[in-house]
Design a protein around this ligand. Structure first.
Ligand code: FAD
Length: 287
């Protein structure tokens, strides 16, 4: 298996994020999508972790299975929220013993969307990065928020917290955003804080007008007015929204790559079409 920071160190990485399915039907859809994803030859894949540990076993099984059977390394997301330190130690030890070397360390949110303090024994993602590093030779990634995390007291404080987290982690992946300038402002500030670890832009292809508005509200991402007007013009037809989502994701991805971004991480929602189109239209194949 390969530590992902070694892949990123060799050149641009094009990766995809999936979630562990809950039902047999969702599992069938993922198997079908995986066939498509495999053809795209992503640099690595990552598997989300349900708030408060709700997908603990499913995430573990899928990551271990992909690491054995998918031709790219699979990274396990893990969150502090809802877990004691001992539980996190047990989860990380099990990953280490199964040969999983890549972890995305997150704070997580409360299981019910809301903005109360999350309940977990470790307070911040940086504590989980440190725990993982203590327990094994993991490559540990962290989340970055180009527009600032919604709970941050200020953008400056958010950047300082991110810089501290990246100083102990190996690389970052951003929350989704719709303007390249948000990403480059973050990278520039990190540089001024002495951090040069790679941060890969996270790209969310819009597939539904309603759900992107909800996700943007939760994550603190602003949807620019010009994107809202384009969506307004086609929102009645689902297929047109998907097509427009692909166009918007391609425009942003191309701009980021032209400006020197170290790669792209696509949030697939386990749907192959938008991700396949983005890879094909931009020629993102790595070998
Ligand atoms: P942190 O880095 O802990 O930061 C959270 C907030 O605390 C920020 O405002 C930060 O400025 C502040 N902070 C940090 N350190 C300190 C400190 N020492 N003192 C005071 N304040 C501090 N969630 C899931 O539940 N499952 C997933 O699989 C998942 N995957 C994700 C993948 C990506 C690429 C991204 C970008 C996010 C993902 N999330 C996931 C969401 C994430 O859990 C939330 O955004 C969460 O609210 C914050 O996580 P974090 O790791 O950025 O937290």
């Amino acid at each position: 298996m390969t530590q992902i920071d070694k892949i990123i160190g060799k050149g641009r990485s094009f990766s995809i994020e999936m979630f562990a399915p809950k039902t047999p039907e969702a599992e069938d859809r993922l198997v079908e999508a995986l066939g498509e994803f495999q053809k795209l030859r992503p640099s690595f894949v990552s598997i989300t972790y349900g708030a408060g540990g709700s997908t603990r076993d499913r995430t573990h099984s899928l990551v271990v299975d992909l690491n054995q059977n998918f031709p790219a390394p699979a990274m396990a997301h893990l969150v502090c929220s809802g877990h004691t330190r001992d539980e996190l130690t047990e989860i990380l030890t099990k990953y280490r013993d199964c040969g999983v070397e890549n972890i995305l360390a997150l704070r997580g949110d409360p299981p019910v969307a809301g903005r109360q303090a999350h309940q977990g024994e470790l307070d911040w993602a940086i504590d989980l990065v440190e725990l993982a590093k203590e327990l094994g030779e993991f490559c540990v990634a962290v989340a970055a928020h180009p527009e600032g995390h919604p709970e941050s007291t200020s953008l400056d404080q958010d950047r300082r917290d991110l810089a501290a987290k990246l100083a102990v982690a190996d690389f970052g992946i951003t929350q989704f955003f719709f303007k390249a300038s948000y990403y480059w402002d973050m990278v520039e500030t990190l540089g001024s804080l002495g951090v040069s670890k790679p941060v890969i832009p996270g790209i969310m292809p819009i597939t539904s007008y309603g759900s992107i508005q909800k996700m943007a509200e939760l994550s603190g991402a602003k949807i620019p007015p010009e994107i809202i007007s384009r969506l307004e013009r086609c929102k009645e037809r689902e297929q047109d929204v998907v097509e427009l989502g692909i166009e918007i994701a391609c425009e942003l991805s191309q701009e980021l790559l032209d400006q020197g971004a170290p790669g792209l991480h696509i949030f697939t929602m386990n749907l192959a079409r938008s991700t396949r189109e983005i890879f094909e239209r931009l020629g993102l194949f790595t070998t």
